[in-house]
Design a protein around this ligand. Sequence first.
Ligand code: M6R
Length: 608
Amino acid sequence: MCGIIGYVGPRPAAQLLLDGLKRMEYRGYDSAGIAVVNGTGVTIEKAAGKLSQLEELVQGRLPKGTLGIGHTRWATHGAPTSTNAHPHTDLLGRIALIHNGIIENAGAIRTLLEKRGHTFRSETDTEVLAHLVGSLYQGDLEEAVAAALREVDGAYGIAVVSADEPDVLVAARKGSPLIVGVGDGEWFVASDASALLEHTRSVIYLDDGEMVVLNRQGYRVRDLQVRRITKAVNQIEWDLETIERGGYEHFMLKEIFEQPESLANTLRGHLLDEEGTARVTGINLSDDELAGFDRVVITACGTSWHSGLIGEYMLEELARMPVEVEYASEFRYRNPVVDAATLVIGISQSGETADTLAALREAKQRGARTLGLVNVVGSTIAREVQGGTYLHAGPEVGVASTKAFTSQVAALALITLRLARRRSMSILQGRQFIQALRALPDQIQRILDKADEVRQLATLFEGKRNALYLGRGVNFPVALEGALKLKEISYIHAEGYPAAEMKHGPIALIDESMPVVVIAPRDAVHAKIVSNIEEVRARGGRVIAITSDGDGEIARLAEATFTIPETLDLLTPILSVIPLQLFSYYVAVARGCNVDQPRNLAKSVTVE
Ligand code: M6R
């Protein structure tokens, strides 16, 4: 996730900005930059890669000045190059701006400004915003920023400076965190308290739609109509390490709790409510071309492979498209049957997994069309595929993948919707699907609000060495994912199975000491899975069930239940996986395991 720092005060700004950016490195980023204002103009320095590269660039020639802004970028629009790095400037190069978030109507604003003679250097939505502020500037930066923000849709945390007002820094937020640091005769703005803590513990938390103007006399908070707002100054009590994890004990827990937001970001800008379809323009295929493939092959590893299995259910059921899902490591050595009539979709959080990359290369070489569903912008897979969509889930630091999974399923749902609408789905069904997608972030939040219930359930695993996860239909891959999460971080042996397949072998394992986690929402196969639960109970197995709100039948059968809100059958995995992620987390913590860096595992597997 991008980081923002801004400073106004008596001290040289450049080193202070670089130090602040360093404090935010843990958030993940791929380029960095600073802008410092002095009597003669704005000096901008930026570099792709790690902060050390920016430090090297400015070594011995730090820009002079006591007011400035700094940014670490985690790419969302355009590759992580130094041209795309922030700060960006307006047409005249007098205004510099840094930005976290996504400006959804940047394309339309860009076209409008181009007609008025603006030219752009980067591929970013941020440069468009900088130009917009510049085009509205009439000697008052505060007014120009407010006017520009009244025209944009989307999410932002921004900080802006102007060569023509060397004592002023304007910052604003909507949907992206921003706090003001109140020091002794100096003021800060930052996206993250960790960047401020060594200077001050007194902060103001900006709310959405608020703007702050910092100058050498102090600060004032305004709304976008430039009306005054009074804000309280708070004291930060946390230590630095806690803040980097946003107050959570582990990155994994933080990332689980980020899912309402990460999922909304994956869907943002893609849904066309009126037409009942999805945009997903990045796949670089017309509706006819997309519908013209004979079949789809999805290839991935680990958690990403599980999301691919869910994609298979969605694409076959709704778009009536034949799908196969292949482990990338098998696909690449299997002499696969793919050709120009095959659409091959690679799914990868990191975009660097060696097996997935090789599988996609193999498919491309055989003439297939390749798409990537990738989280890390500018990663190798993202660069090599012929189209695709970014997940926009934000950086995932915990080795166990959580928020990337729900975003992958959502991205597959978007592609399914677009294809299904072209092939078999009515506009009304399309609208219903969109409505259900839009409800998911709030539904996830409702599940997270009950995290303590899951913590209680986790005690049922005390002293256990094995576990079975069962699901049917689209929740069978969720059973696989739940089992993978448990074994990855708690080292308990766990198996995921289609519930009806249990009787063909694994049923032999069931006794009083075997916990069986059953994913059983109220869906088309509900009655079937009730029978499977009975089979487990008849053998003394201990059932922990994930069911739909109000499902009394399963509550009576299971030893413990956790309920999730109802959604369309095919979208339940996005909800049913959340308690399983929390469950493995709490079990692992209770066993004293290193949750964020489990033994033997790497976040990105770049070797065969
Ligand atoms: O970055 P990718 O999505 O390509 O990674 C694939 C797997 O290595 C990854 O999902 C792995 O299984 C995780 N540890 C799952 O939590």
